[in-house]
Design a protein around this ligand. Structure first.
Ligand SMILES: Cc1ncc(COP(=O)(O)O)c(C=O)c1O
Length: 383
């Protein structure tokens, strides 16, 4: 029998993508607005550095915490982009942010510990915590709370569920794009520090913003745990590389875990990724495309009766309330995929309680595809 802990929910977006790919392979034209996958490749300098390292020969294991030069470069980024001093010794390079979640969850939480997660939120937080024997506690955020977690909401949750051992926020959030301001981030960090809760901040969508400032939880103090990745802004999803900044007392426990679980992050990706931080002008051009895509969908989807969106201040998603069209967004998405040839993700992936009223559209692809998708949805819903 498979273990009880392996009985986690599927990552629905991956199931949608599989079905979309199956239809495509059978000759259908499908617009992919389901997956959070940047349309552009990694910057050319990164790819060149990767080819050069490949040609040079052996790619050995690195330190479990990552290449010292990459750790130093990541630390320098915090000075450059956030004016925050980070000791490279606190930087841990990981196999994508996904591996950073496993390492930080294991280092912070014991089996049975409760971890507060804003809902809607990225489903893997909940499913990974469950697989590790922890107890994820959803904290509903929505239009009435400005889509933001607050110390008051945490206290209300604790009054109902008991003490939380930690909370995890994402800003910009997937799926809502909502962002925490500096005072909101500080208030959360301070309340967690006072209450002895771990405070984890997923900052994977930093630098993909449309006017608002991407605040790091490191502003709230050295006790916050920050998780980030080369996947999104840097367009390196398949390179499987991310990082976490952790308080000093977690470095050695995480090193021991990383040695045993992963040995080291991918060497080729580490060598190449060092170049990514200097490619911001090319990468910002991708963000300009996302901004165009966002404007296009915000203009065109209302013509099809989809007009109520979460903030989308950052990241590349529109989280749309479709309650006027359906009370079951999963079957709505399946029908839209089969009849209109547009793939999008049902909200239940992000919020098992209220998500059946929502659909997430990813606008990370090409602008022409967004225009075609909007046109197909208009024809489908208002024939
Ligand atoms: C909010 C969020 N965090 C983490 C990840 C995982 O990214 P990766 O493991 O590629 O760094 C994703 C991927 O979509 C995401 O949306």
């Amino acid at each position: 029998m498979p273990s009880a802990r392996s009985d986690v929910d599927p990552f629905i977006v991956m199931d949608v993508m599989r079905e979309a790919n199956r239809l495509e392979a059978a000759g259908r034209s499908i617009m992919h607005l389901e997956v959070g996958q940047p349309g552009a490749p990694a910057p050319q300098a990164v790819r060149r550095a990767g080819s050069k390292a490949l040609d040079a020969g052996a790619l050995a294991y690195t330190d479990a915490l990552g290449l010292p030069s990459l750790r130093a470069r990541i630390a320098r980024y915090y000075g450059e982009h956030h004016q925050v001093d980070v000791d490279p010794a606190r930087v841990v390079v990981t196999g994508g942010s996904s591996a950073a979640f496993i390492l930080t969850f294991l280092a912070c939480f014991d089996a049975g510990d409760k971890v507060g997660l804003p809902e809607p939120g990225y489903p893997a937080y909940r499913n990974t915590l469950r697989a590790l024997g922890c107890d994820p506690v959803g904290i509903a955020v929505g239009p009435e709370t400005d889509w933001a977690l607050t110390p008051e909401l945490i206290e209300r949750t604790e009054a109902k569920h008991g003490k939380l051992n930690g909370v995890l926020v994402a800003s910009p959030s997937n799926p809502t794009g909502a962002m925490l301001s500096d005072p909101q981030m500080r208030a959360l960090g301070e309340s967690c520090e006072e209450a002895g809760r771990w405070f984890l901040s997923d900052e994977i969508y930093h630098r993909i913003t449309y006017g608002a400032v991407d605040v790091t939880a490191l502003d709230a103090g050295d006790d916050a745990i920050v998780i980030n990745s080369f996947s999104k802004y840097y367009c390196m999803t398949g390179w499987r590389l991310g990082w976490t900044i952790v308080p000093e007392r977690l470095v050695r426990p995480i090193e021991r875990l990383a040695q045993n679980l992963f040995i080291s992050p991918p060497t080729l990706s580490q060598i190449a990724a060092e170049r990514a931080f200097d490619e911001t002008s090319a990468l910002d051009e991708n963000v300009a495309v996302y901004a165009q895509n966002r404007d296009l969908l915000l203009r065109e989807l209302p013509k099809a009766g989809i007009a109520d969106f979460a903030p989308a201040d950052g990241a590349f998603y529109l989280y749309a309330d479709v309650s006027k069209l359906t009370d079951d967004s999963a079957s709505f998405c399946t029908t839209m995929l089969h009849e209109a040839g547009v793939a999008a993700t049902p909200g239940a992936d992000f919020d098992p309680t209220g998500g059946h009223q929502y659909v997430r559209f990813s606008f990370a692809g090409q602008t022409a595809d967004m225009a075609e998708a909007a046109h197909r949805i208009q024809k489908w819903l208002t024939p």
